[in-house]
Design a protein around this ligand. Structure first.
Ligand code: 13P
Length: 287
C-alpha cells in the first residue's frame, strides 16, 4: 500500500521505534526491500536520491515500478516512496511523478532561503497528500558527489523549519553518509536532546544510518528519532555477496552467468541487511 510517510512516522514516534528508509537503485533493490517489509509486517520507506532517480531513467519510471510491484507482490504493509535529499526542482518533479513523500534539502541555503523554499514546497506537497521532510545542518560525508561538512544543527533553526508545517525533520548531529571514519566522535546526543525539546515532538530523521552502533541507534530513538536512513550498508552487503559468488567461480558453472542467478546472492544479502535493521529499529510487526 503506497502511503505518505506522515502517519507511519507519527506512530513510530508515539511507539518509540523508528521506520527505516532504505535507498533503492534498481528492481532487485526494490523487490528485496518490499518483500522483507511484508515478511516482517513492517512499515517501510523507499528512498530515491536524485542520482538514483536519474539512473533508473527518471522519477516516473521509479513511481511506476514501485506502484506495480506493490500490486503484483501483494504488499499490504505501508510503503512510502520518498525523494531523498531533493533539490527544489527535484521535489517538484517527484510530486508530479507520483511519489508519496519528498525531502527538500535546503540545508546548504542561508536559513531564510531554506525557510522560503520549504514553505512553498510544504504547501504544494500537502495539497496532494504528500509528506515532506526538511533538513537543517548539512549531513557530512559524500552522497551523489555532494560533500557535506557534518554540521551540528542549531535548535532555534530547527524550530523555525519545524514550524513551517513539515512532517518530519532531518537535523545534523554529527552523523555522516557512508562509512564512519575510525576517529568519528559519535552522535551528539546533547544536541539531539536540545533539538528534540525545541521542535515540539516532530518526528526526527537520522541520516547516515550505515555503521552507527546499535546502542547509539537505540539512544537516538529514545530522543525522538523516528526515521533512520540506510543506504551504503545495503550496497556493501550486495557487493560482498556478489564478490563471493564470482570469486567462487559460480558464474562459470552451468548457467551461473544468468543475471537472475548472478544477482540472487546480492538480493538475499540486501534482504538480510534490511531485516537486521528493521529488528534493531523496532519496526517489526508495526505495519
Ligand atoms: P548511509 O549511506 O550512510 O547509510 O546514509 C543513507 C542516508 O542518509 C540517505 O539519505
Amino acid at each position: 500500500m503506497l502511503v505518505s510517510a506522515t502517519e507511519m512516522l507519527n506512530k513510530a514516534r508515539d511507539g518509540h521505534y523508528a521506520v527505516g528508509q532504505f535507498n533503492i537503485n534498481n528492481l532487485e533493490w526494490t523487490k528485496a526491500i518490499l518483500l522483507t517489509a511484508q515478511e516482517l509486517n513492517s512499515p517501510v520507506i523507499l528512498g530515491v536520491s536524485e542520482g538514483a532517480g536519474k539512473y533508473m531513467t527518471g522519477y516516473k519510471t521509479v513511481a511506476a515500478m514501485v506502484k506495480a510491484m506493490i500490486e503484483t507482490l501483494n504488499i499490504t504493509v505501508p510503503v512510502a516512496l520518498h525523494l531523498d535529499h531533493g533539490s527544489y526542482e527535484g521535489a517538484k518533479a517527484c510530486i508530479e511523478a507520483g511519489f508519496s513523500s519528498i525531502m527538500f534539502d535546503g540545508s546548504h541555503y542561508p536559513i531564510d532561503e531554506n525557510v522560503a523554499k520549504t514553505t512553498e514546497l510544504v504547501e504544494l506537497a500537502h495539497s496532494k497528500g504528500i509528506s515532506i521532510e526538511a533538513e537543517v545542518g548539512s549531513i557530512g560525508g559524500e552522497e551523489d558527489g555532494v560533500i557535506g561538512a557534518g554540521e551540528i544543527a542549531d535548535p532555534a533553526e530547527c524550530k523555525k523549519i519545524a514550524d513551517l508545517g513539515i512532517d518530519f525533520l532531518a537535523a545534523g548531529i554529527g552523523n555522516i553518509h557512508g562509512k564512519y571514519p575510525e576517529n568519528w566522535k559519535g552522535l551528539d546526543f546533547e544536541a539531539l536532546d536540545k533539538i528534540h525539546q525545541a521542535t515540539g515532538g516532530i518526528p526526527l530523521v537520522l541520516h547516515g544510518g550505515t555503521g552507527i552502533p546499535a546502542d547509539m541507534i537505540r539512544q537516538a530513538i529514545s530522543l525522538g528519532v523516528s526515521k533512520i536512513n540506510v543506504n551504503t550498508e545495503c550496497q556493501l552487503s550486495f557487493a560482498a555477496a556478489t564478490r563471493s559468488y564470482i570469486e567462487a567461480g559460480k558464474d562459470l558453472e552451468g548457467k551461473g552467468f544468468d543475471p537472475r542467478k548472478l544477482l540472487a546472492p546480492g538480493f538475499e544479502a540486501i534482504k538480510a541487511t534490511v531485516k537486521e535493521k528493521m529488528e534493531l529499529f523496532g519496526s517489526v510487526n508495526k505495519a
